[in-house]
Design a protein around this ligand. Structure first.
Ligand SMILES: [Zn+2]
Length: 81
């Protein structure tokens, strides 16, 4: 049995805030793991990978190169290098 990284109940209070406000800033327990360019598409931007030092949740912060808007997404592992 392995834990589901995107299970809502596993999130700490800080990460729960990311779910509620996907356009919000990073919280203090997030540690930057690296950056990856999004594959394909004219609007492809850069994805920053974060991991929470409190609950261990993995996050992706995708910044759109055109709009400049960034969103938080749970890291499914699909974009891991
Ligand atoms: Zn957390």
């Amino acid at each position: 049995m392995k834990p589901d990284p995107i299970a809502p109940l596993s999130l700490c209070t800080n990460c729960d805030g990311l779910v509620r406000n996907v356009g919000g800033p990073a919280h203090g327990a997030l540690q930057l793991g690296g950056a990856t360019k999004l594959p394909g598409g004219l609007s492809a931007g850069v994805v920053f990978r974060y991991r929470c030092s409190r609950c261990g949740s993995a996050w992706l912060r995708a910044a759109d190169s055109q709009s400049g808007l960034a969103r938080w997404m749970a890291d499914s592992g699909a974009l891991r290098a």
